[in-house]
Design a protein around this ligand. Structure first.
Ligand code: NAD
Ligand code: UDP
Length: 332
């Protein structure tokens, strides 16, 4: 496969340029913690396409081996069953490390909040140790949740957030905030080459149908003729990024030389209320489903929209696939 074909998804030019550089480094090794999940498994496929040796390390808590069926047939792919809460003693050396390990769906991360917090914090320390041993570049999958229930819109990276330390989402939000600090401190103390991606809501083919996030819930409810479950009055908003755009953004962030270490928002700034999302899905799927309303979960953010000026400026990255087109692909 030539590099033009390999990276045809990656434009504008700065993005494709940095990813071509990734492809040129064929003999390189990448470790993807959380690589059996929704985003991580797509990263595994991409790096195998680029010719890398790919190691996926995952405890399969929310990830699924079926996400790795294709990848497992490639001799350059290795799977390690391991919990990042525990030290990572295996001897592999890596050039690049992605820390994607953490459940992302609220019902999943809230089902064991202590494990969620440990995953973010001990996981950050343990993977940063591997990065130091390997002299690897390491990317932290952070989140828009570090802004909590934001009182400014859109959210720039300078906004420091509005997070409840003692609510049902705290294990995730505060764990991810602490992980950003742990990454920052390793950079300051040891000079570790870090990247922090603040990922906004991402959807696409391959989401676990039972994951509990809104896009997969609404699509599966509509396909099954079940009620579409809007929480609250549905006026809360989210900005949804399509999977391939997100993966392009993460890879570009990892490989763009001279990228600054400050956190970078990666997301699609087009904002939709949950009522708008439900109606869009209902227009696309012939179904007997009707919308129902139930209580809004505690601390559910009312609004979320990334300012992506920094990603555009430093990475030359912007999303290309709108919700309408992305939903068609996801539903199919
Ligand atoms: P996911 O739940 O599909 O994948 C997470 C993966 O991490 C799974 O394979 C799971 O088994 C693994 N994992 C969880 N805890 C682990 C542990 N202690 N040790 C080893 N492996 C562990 O979620 P996703 O949507 O693919 O998200 C990936 C990353 O991106 C997460 O860190 C998440 O916080 C972040 N993120 C995702 C979104 C999104 O909308 N998808 C938004 C913001 C941030
Ligand atoms: N939501 C909803 N119905 C569902 C699942 C979620 O109305 O079946 C709402 C949820 O309350 C939130 C939004 O959709 O306001 C996005 O939820 P999701 O769990 O996908 O992500 P997050 O809250 O972490 O952004």
């Amino acid at each position: 496969m030539n590099t033009v074909t390999e990276f045809k998804r990656l434009k504008p030019s700065a993005a494709s340029h940095s990813a071509r550089r990734a492809a040129a480094e064929k003999q390189r090794k990448v470790l993807i913690a959380g690589g059996a999940g929704f985003l991580g498994s797509r990263l595994c496929s991409r790096y195998l396409e680029y010719g890398y040796e790919v190691t996926c390390l995952d405890n399969l808590s929310t990830g699924r081996l079926c996400n790795l069926k294709q990848q497992s047939r490639n001799p350059k792919f290795t799977f390690i069953h391991h919990d990042v809460v525990n030290p990572i003693n295996q001897k592999g050396r890596y050039d690049f490390i992605f820390n994607m390990a953490c459940p992302a769906s609220p019902p999943k991360y809230q089902s064991d909040p202590i494990q969620t917090m440990k995953t973010s914090i001990y996981g950050a320390f343990n993977l940063l140790d591997v990065a130091r041993r390997s002299n690897a570049k390491i990317l932290q999958a952070s989140t828009s949740e570090i802004y909590g229930d934001p009182d400014v819109t859109p959210q720039t990276e300078r906004y420091q957030g509005n997070v409840n330390t003692v609510g049902p989402r705290s294990c995730y939000d505060e764990g991810k905030r602490a992980a950003e600090s742990i990454f920052h401190d390793h950079r300051e103390t040891y000079g570790t080459d870090i990247r922090i991606a603040r990922i906004f809501n991402t959807y696409g083919p391959g989401m676990d149908p039972l994951d509990g996030r809104v896009v997969s819930n609404f699509i599966n409810q509509a396909l099954d003729g079940q009620p579409i479950t809007i929480y609250g009055d549905g006026s809360q908003s989210r900005s949804f990024c399509y999977l391939d755009d997100m993966v392009d953004g993460l890879i570009t962030l990892m490989h763009t030389p001279g990228t600054r270490f400050e956190p970078i928002n990666i997301g699609n700034p087009d904002e939709f209320t949950m009522v708008e999302l439900a109606n869009l899905i209902l227009k696309k799927i012939t179904t007997l489903s009707r919308i129902t309303y139930s209580d809004l979960p505690e601390d559910d953010p009312k609004q979320r929209r990334p300012d992506i000026s920094r990603a555009k400026k430093y990475l030359g990255w912007a999303p290309k696939i709108g919700l309408d087109q992305g939903l068609d692909r996801t539903i199919a």
